[in-house]
Design a protein around this ligand. Structure first.
Ligand code: BG6
Length: 326
C-alpha cells in the first residue's frame, strides 16, 4: 500500500487525519505529524467540515478531500478551474461529494443484487488515509491516499482489497487507482474515476475520440448502440458507458475557449454523463440550474469491462488530464 512516491523527490508533509473532525478506523495516532520540509510547494490539511489537502506549487493548485479520496479542484497555471463541483454538494462523512473526481469502487452504478447498498460502491463515502505528500523534481506534487478493507466494508463486500490513489498535481493532473487483491480467490470488481469537468455550456460542448465505439445507453432503460463518426454533441440527458475503449477523449469547449484532454491507462470503459434538466432537479445535492456547466467524462472499468484481479495481483487504472487554450 502506498509507496508510489519514489525517485528524486522530497517529502513535503506526512500527515493523517488526527485532530480533524472525522472519526475513522483508518486513523493512526502515531502519524499526526504535519512537518513541512517543502521549498517551492505547499501542502496543508485544512477542514471545511471534512479534512482536505490543499496543494499549491508553481504549476497548479488543487484540493483533495480525504473523504472519498476525492480530488475536488485542480487549476493549472494560466487556466481557470478545470473540475466542476456543485455548490449544493453535501459535506458529510456518510455521503459522497458531488463533483470533482469521486472514486467509484467496488461496483459502478447500483449494486447488482443489493439495491439498498450505496450506488457506485462505498469508496467515495469512506475516510481514506493520507500516506504521503511529496514534491517531485519537475515541480509537481504527489499525494498518496489509501483505503483498506475493514469490518464496515466487509459488511457490504466480503472481500479483502488494498486500494491506493496516487494524485500528481502539476501542469497535468494524473490520478492512478491501484487495487491490490488480498483475497485467496480472484476478485471481480468495477471502478471509475468519475471525473466532473467544468464547461462553458454543455449545449455548445462536444467530445472527440469515441467515434465508432459501442456503448450502453442508460437513458430510459439500457440499450446497446454504436457511436457515429461525428463528435458527441449534447441536446438532452446523456448517460453512456462506452465499452472496450482505451482512447483519449477530448472535450472541446468553445465558450471557455479550451480543450480538455483525458488520456487513460488500464481503463477500457469511458462514461459520458450529463443529467440535464429533470434529473438534475431530482438530485438534492445538485443545483437545478447547474447542469449546463458540467460534463462527466469518466475513466472506468465497468459493465462488460469489469475487472478480475488474481490473488495477490494489483490492477491499475489511471487518467491524465491536460488543458490547452483553443
Ligand atoms: C454516472 C452514471 O456515472 O453517475 C449515472 O452513469 C448516474 O447513471 C451518475 O446517474 C451519478 O450518480 P450518483 O450516484 O453520483 O448520483
Amino acid at each position: 500500500m502506498g509507496g508510489h512516491a519514489q525517485g528524486n523527490c522530497q517529502p513535503v508533509i506526512k500527515a493523517d487525519l488526527i485532530g480533524h473532525s472525522e472519526p475513522s478506523s483508518t486513523v493512526n495516532p502515531q502519524r499526526l505529524n504535519t512537518s513541512m520540509t517543502s521549498t517551492s510547494a505547499s501542502a496543508s490539511v485544512v477542514s471545511d467540515g471534512l479534512p482536505s489537502l490543499a496543494i499549491a506549487n508553481r504549476l497548479a493548485t488543487a484540493r483533495i478531500y480525504l473523504h472519498g479520496g476525492h480530488v475536488a479542484q485542480w487549476r493549472p497555471a494560466g487556466h481557470g478551474e478545470v473540475l466542476w463541483m456543485s455548490a449544493r454538494s453535501l459535506h458529510a462523512p456518510d455521503k459522497p461529494l458531488r463533483g470533482g473526481i469521486p472514486v467509484c469502487f467496488p461496483w459502478f452504478g447500483p449494486h447488482p443484487e443489493r439495491p439498498e447498498l450505496p450506488a457506485h460502491g462505498f469508496a467515495r463515502q469512506r475516510a481514506w488515509a493520507l500516506d504521503a505528500v511529496t514534491d517531485l523534481d519537475d515541480g509537481s506534487t504527489r499525494a498518496v491516499l489509501a483505503l483498506v478493507s475493514d469490518a464496515a466494508s466487509r459488511a457490504q463486500w466480503p472481500h479483502d482489497a488494498a486500494v491506493t490513489l496516487t494524485v500528481t498535481v502539476g501542469s497535468t493532473l494524473n490520478v492512478e487507482l491501484a487495487i491490490a487483491n488480498r483475497d485467496p480467490a480472484p476478485l471481480v470488481c468495477e471502478a471509475a474515476l468519475h471525473t466532473y469537468f467544468s464547461v462553458g455550456d454543455i449545449r455548445r460542448t462536444t467530445v472527440e475520440g469515441l467515434a465508432g465505439t459501442p456503448y450502453l445507453d442508460k437513458v430510459g432503460g439500457v440499450a446497446r448502440r454504436i457511436e457515429g463518426s461525428a463528435p458527441i454533441a449534447f441536446s438532452g440527458e446523456t448517460d453512456r458507458v462506452y465499452l472496450g475503449t482505451t482512447a483519449t477523449a477530448t472535450i472541446v469547449d468553445p465558450l471557455l475557449a479550451r480543450r480538455i484532454t483525458v488520456a487513460k491507462r488500464g481503463s477500457r470503459s469511458t462514461v459520458v454523463w450529463n443529467p440535464w434538466i429533470a434529473k438534475a432537479a431530482k438530485m438534492a445535492d445538485f443545483g437545478d440550474h447547474e447542469w449546463p456547466g458540467m460534463l462527466c467524462v469518466e475513466t472506468a472499468n465497468a459493465a462488460d469491462d469489469r475487472m478480475t484481479i488474481a490473488p495477490g495481483a494489483i490492477e491499475r487504472m489511471a487518467l491524465d488530464v491536460s488543458v490547452t487554450h483553443a
